[in-house]
Structure formats: structure tokens, C-alpha cells
Ligand binder design. Structure first.
Ligand code: FE2
Ligand code: FE2
Length: 373
């Protein structure tokens, strides 16, 4: 065994090193299957969808992206900066749509990260039920990769490269050997970020195809987030002080990376260059325009992605007095504490599942009729 430190408090999340396949063949292990994930495993049939089947989503639906903005320009803070106010109306449309391309590319890379991460969970989790859940998630992330790749292809041809910050973070989580890093980093934070982002696009995007795609992805992501929540419920209350500190610090560092860098102008330098702008100039203008007060104001909106993350961590018990002040710079912690447990986007996901049940039911009937003939 290597010198990695697994912090697991519940048998369902017991883990070994990813190169320890011998441990998987232990004959005692197969009958020690936890039932903790049975509900979310069998629910996968209800929210099945296929990005290659037009009954679910049609990627040939067109959009006049030369003249229309794909997303709400409110999501593009640069437009309010002096350098961008000078752009022609047509260039503004192009900039908003290139920003949408950058965001969709980041989501696509994130989906690839989620696919590889869930597959990696199969290599380290010992519980056969947890493995079955992780394998199911890997299959769902694979359809997200297909779906977002098809969307990007339909609107822009090709995705943009992954920003350095996100690329490093994803690689760190995929390659991590510790279960807590994978679950806190991916299942709670990145999945939470995905739910918040998809909810925002569902509510505000101007391209109906994007609205549809986000809802379909959310029907799956809501369950991925639940897997992280089950881990937290079974793990956090049993941690020693020292173990809790390790997990709390990891969560805070991932949050900080996401908050400060995902929206940092340096990450988008490729796009600015395309408009003849230098990222350092954009950064200077941004620093002037966006204050901590603005960030805090923006987080009052329930769908604000970072607010979703803080709520997730708070409800999971991963924020204590040690890091509370750090998060309180951006979010009213008292207000969050008193909110119910519902996750942003849960309603949108539920409506999406109702739609999928209808399509899946019609498909089943069609098959039964064909078989009867
Ligand atoms: Fe996904
Ligand atoms: Fe996911």
C-alpha cells in the first residue's frame, strides 16, 4: 500500500489504492454490498436519455448566432468595461457568443473530468453497491460528454482548450487517490457548480437548444450530487477534529480556486486576443469595476453558482468556525443556514424527469407493439 490517507467512516465508502486490484478479488467482499445507493441506482432508468436520439434532443435545431446572443448578456460582465463598450453591436454579439463557447467548452472538459473521476471511483471503492453507482455515473457522464460535444459542434464547430486553472483542478481530482478529495471536490463542489450553472442557463439562455440540453443534463446531475450528500451524511459527523480540518481545508481551497480563477480574465485570454484586446488590460478594468461588495451582491441570487457551493458545504457540515469568516466575505451565512435543504435546480430536474418518463414510456410501448406484431 502507498502512503495515502483514506478518511472513510462508513463501510460503503471504504477504499483501497487504485493499483490494488487484488483487494477487489477478496471473496468476502462480494456479499458485503451496501444498500445505501440502491434507490439512486434503480432511478437511472427513469431519467434515461440518449443525445443521439431526436426524440430526446435534436442538435440540428438552428440558431442565428451571427445576429442573436445565445446567452443572457448579463452573464458577461466584460460588456460593462470601457474596452468592450467601444465594440460595435455586431462585435458585442460575437463576444457574448464566444464567451458562451468558452463556458460550454469548460463544461465539456468538466464532463470529461466527471467521467474519468467516476470511473476512477470504481478502482478504489470496495463496496460493490458503491461501485455499481459509480459505474452508472460514469455512463451518464459519458452521455454528457457526447451531448455537450454535439452542442459545441453544432454552434461553433470546435471547443476551446480548457483554462489552466480548471484543467489543473480536474487533473488533481481525477488523479487523487483519496476518496474524500474526489467526493468533496467533484461530487459536492463541481457537481454543485454544474447544477447552479445549468439552472442559470435553463432560466436565462436564449438558445432553446441550450435550455433543453441543460435540463436533460440536470436530470442526471441531481443524483450525482446526492451521492456526495450521502457520503457527507455518513462521514462528517464521525470525523475526528483533525480529519475534519483536513476535509474542511481541502473544500475551502477548491472553493477559492473556483471562485477566483474560473472567472479570472487570464483564463479567457484566447478570446480577448481574438477581439484585439490584451487580457492584462481587461483584468485592470475588471479590478476597477468588480469589488467584493459586487460579488456579495451577486451571490444573493439563489442560482448564483458560488452561493450554491457555499450552501452545499454548509449543509454538509464542512464549514465550521475555522473557515466561516472566509465564506462570510461573500455570502450571508445566517440566511443560508435557515434555508431548506432543496438544491437549486431540483425542480427543473424533476420536470425534466417527467418529460423523460413520457418519452421512455412511449418508446417501451412502441417496442412492445413491434414485438407483438
Ligand atoms: Fe455530468
Ligand atoms: Fe455529474
Amino acid at each position: 500500500m502507498t502512503d495515502i490517507r483514506q478518511i472513510t467512516k462508513d463501510n460503503a465508502y471504504d477504499a483501497v489504492s487504485p493499483d490494488d486490484f487484488e483487494a477487489m478479488m477478496n471473496t468476502e467482499r462480494y456479499n458485503r454490498r451496501s444498500s445505501a445507493f440502491d434507490k439512486i441506482i434503480s432511478a437511472t432508468h427513469d431519467h434515461f436519455w440518449d443525445p443521439m436520439d431526436k426524440r430526446y434532443i435534436d442538435f440540428t435545431d438552428s440558431f442565428d448566432s451571427e445576429n442573436e446572443m445565445l446567452i443572457d448578456p448579463e452573464l458577461v460582465p466584460e460588456l460593462k468595461l470601457p474596452s468592450f463598450e467601444k465594440l460595435s453591436e455586431k462585435e458585442k454579439v460575437r463576444f457574448v457568443n464566444e464567451t458562451a463557447r468558452w463556458m460550454m467548452s469548460a463544461i465539456l472538459h468538466g464532463e470529461q473530468g466527471a467521467l474519468n473521476l467516476s470511473a476512477s471511483l470504481c478502482h478504489i471503492l470496495l463496496d460493490p453497491g458503491a461501485q455499481e453507482y459509480a459505474a452508472n455515473q460514469a455512463r451518464e457522464e459519458a452521455r454528457h460528454v457526447t451531448a455537450f460535444a454535439k452542442y459545441v459542434q453544432a454552434r461553433w464547430g470546435k471547443p476551446l482548450p480548457c483554462g489552466e486553472t480548471l484543467a489543473n483542478l480536474l487533473a488533481e481530482m481525477v488523479n487523487a487517490k483519496e476518496v474524500y478529495k474526489k467526493i468533496v471536490g467533484m461530487q459536492l463542489l463541481v457537481e454543485g457548480l454544474a447544477m447552479g450553472t445549468f439552472a442559470t442557463f435553463f432560466n436565462t439562455a436564449r438558445d432553446p437548444l441550450l435550455v433543453k440540453l441543460c435540463q436533460l443534463a440536470m436530470t442526471d446531475e441531481a443524483f450525482h450530487h446526492k451521492f456526495g450528500k450521502i457520503w457527507a451524511d455518513r462521514t462528517i459527523p464521525k470525523l475526528s477534529q483533525e480529519e475534519r480540518d483536513i476535509i474542511e481545508d481541502w473544500a475551502a481551497s477548491v472553493f477559492q480556486t473556483l471562485l477566483f480563477n474560473l472567472v479570472n480574465p487570464e483564463q479567457k485570454k484566447l478570446i480577448y486576443a481574438d477581439f484585439g484586446l490584451d487580457w492584462k488590460q481587461v483584468q485592470a478594468e475588471m479590478l476597477e469595476a468588480v469589488t467584493d461588495e459586487d460579488r456579495r451582491e451577486g451571490m444573493k441570487d439563489a442560482a448564483n453558482v458560488f452561493r450554491v457551493l457555499v450552501k452545499t458545504l454548509l449543509k454538509a457540515g464542512i464549514i465550521t468556525d475555522r473557515t466561516r469568516a472566509f465564506y462570510a466575505t461573500y455570502v450571508d451565512m445566517e440566511e443560508l443556514k435557515n434555508e431548506d435543504d432543496r438544491m437549486v435546480g431540483d425542480d427543473i430536474a424533476e420536470q425534466g424527469i417527467d418529460f423523460l418518463k413520457t418519452v421512455n414510456f412511449a418508446k417501451k410501448n412502441l417496442l412492445a407493439n413491434v414485438a407483438a406484431d
